[in-house]
Write a protein that binds this ligand. Sequence first.
Ligand code: PLP
Length: 361
Amino acid sequence: MLQIKEQLKQLTPYQPGKPIEEVKKEFNLDRVIKLASNENPYGCSEAAKEALQTEVQQMALYPDGYSAALRTKLASHLGVNETNIILGNGTDEVIQIISRSLLDPASNTVMANPTFSQYKHNAVIEGAEVREVGLLENGCHDLDAMLEAIDEQTKVVWVCSPNNPTGTYESGRNLIRFLEKVPEHVLAVVDEAYYEYVTAEDYPETIPLLERFPNLMILRTFSKAYGLASLRVGYGIASEQLIQAIEPARQPFNTNRLGQAAALAALGDQAFIDDCVRKNNEGLKQYYDFCDEQGLTYYPSQTNFVLIDFKRDADELFLELLKKGYIVRSGNALGFPTFLRISVGTKEQNEGFLKTLAGML
Ligand SMILES: *Cc1c(COP(=O)(O)O)cnc(C)c1O
């Protein structure tokens, strides 16, 4: 008998949003719209597509394992040194690298609940104890309770801001007060996967905090606003010392050639990001107006998704929408059994979706 690690038995593989093609076949539909995985409905920058045309000629060659060209451009874009960056096969891999580097069965890790699933998933694989702290009523992290959950054996504390699946964020004041109290032996990870979408005035710029908090690491990605989810490029920003310490846990060719080229080009087209953020805000307003009309509650979002309470079984509503050609995310598996998490689409997609939804309520 093979002896698979005991902790893997309590895990299921990640449940992705249903693919469009599968739903078309299953329900015999011509048109299916996916508002489930917080992808950019406008795709990516034309500059990224052009860069791919050239790069595709070089596919036989291994990528640059250090991602030097992308690293240089990214460092200059962020205003940090190249040595302050670790690139990953999506931010998911950076979360895995952090977990492999710091967690073991003798340690514990502290996170919110509900929050992004991969912090817990990776911690369980490493055999670490997972300490989950419920969100506050307003959807924000209970940072004080998280501090209380930290002890000598805590290795990593995760703050997802904006948080997936609530879309809520931690203010600069609250985050700094929190970081001041996180002990030096604990790595504080702030996951900013939706950074580009944030418009809140009191959302903190965390990069300048790196000098003050050597145990801070910031995560960002090209999968969301940059619209490059399929190419798998994410990154962490931290002190040179911290980056160097976890680099050995990174696979040698973890970010691929196409991803590096597209991300580099995409960084040069900030007008695309600005345009997407503006449209996203208009889209969020469509959802808010709908909720107000229908008397539904939702968490105000700083992301490209919104979590809405329909006060009924989320899986059932999800299935009804699926039959009409709309893939959303049931809150059931996300810790919100009466909510749906809906990614903001184009104006037309949102209109069509909300019309369909209104017919069901
Ligand atoms: C989407 C997402 C990620 C993962 O992004 P990838 O770079 O595609 O792996 C990480 N954290 C949060 C909160 C996310 O929503």
